[in-house]
Design a protein around this ligand. Structure first.
Ligand SMILES: [Zn+2]
Length: 149
């Protein structure tokens, strides 16, 4: 191998602030990352998959759900993770975009709020004892959906 860049990365093991299950749609990357930083969530284990929390709530197939659950288990095992942040977003291709909701952002937001509840219920059943938070991100900001503890 040829060294092409020098950077000193931290060698210490870390306790993860949260495993974050989000969609890889880059349009919402900056807003959500800034929000996480603002709320003190710095050391994250990012789990980026198309649809984000959809993979727990309404996966295309069960292997998607199992894959995500296994990633969360590994984050717990390796970095003592106790908190999981679930995210879905507006105009998500995995849901067929905003068109899937007749172009109605209110309908879309309501649907995605329900998805966050479904994802949290799945996660709670599979891995008890986690602190779970759910967020919806649209083109204007980040919205929290209150989830049962
Ligand atoms: Zn998406």
């Amino acid at each position: 191998m040829t060294k092409v860049f020098h950077f000193d990365s931290p060698r210490e093991r870390y306790q993860c602030d949260a495993a974050v299950l989000w969609c890889f749609d880059n349009r919402f990357e900056l807003a959500f990352r800034k929000f996480l930083q603002r709320t003190g969530v710095i050391k994250i284990d990012p789990i980026k998959v198309a649809g984000g929390a959809k993979c727990l709530a309404s996966p295309d197939n069960d292997s998607e759900r199992q894959y995500v659950l296994e990633q969360i288990r590994k984050s717990i095992r390796l970095h003592n993770t106790r908190r999981v942040i679930l995210k879905v977003h507006s105009d998500c291709g995995a849901y067929g975009g905003l068109e899937q909701f007749g172009g109605d952002p209110v309908r879309e937001a309501e649907h995605h709020a329900e998805e966050l509840h479904r994802a949290a219920a799945t996660l709670r059943a599979a891995i008890p004892g986690l602190k779970i938070e759910g967020y919806y991100v649209d083109f204007e900001g980040v919205w929290e959906e209150e989830l049962k503890p």
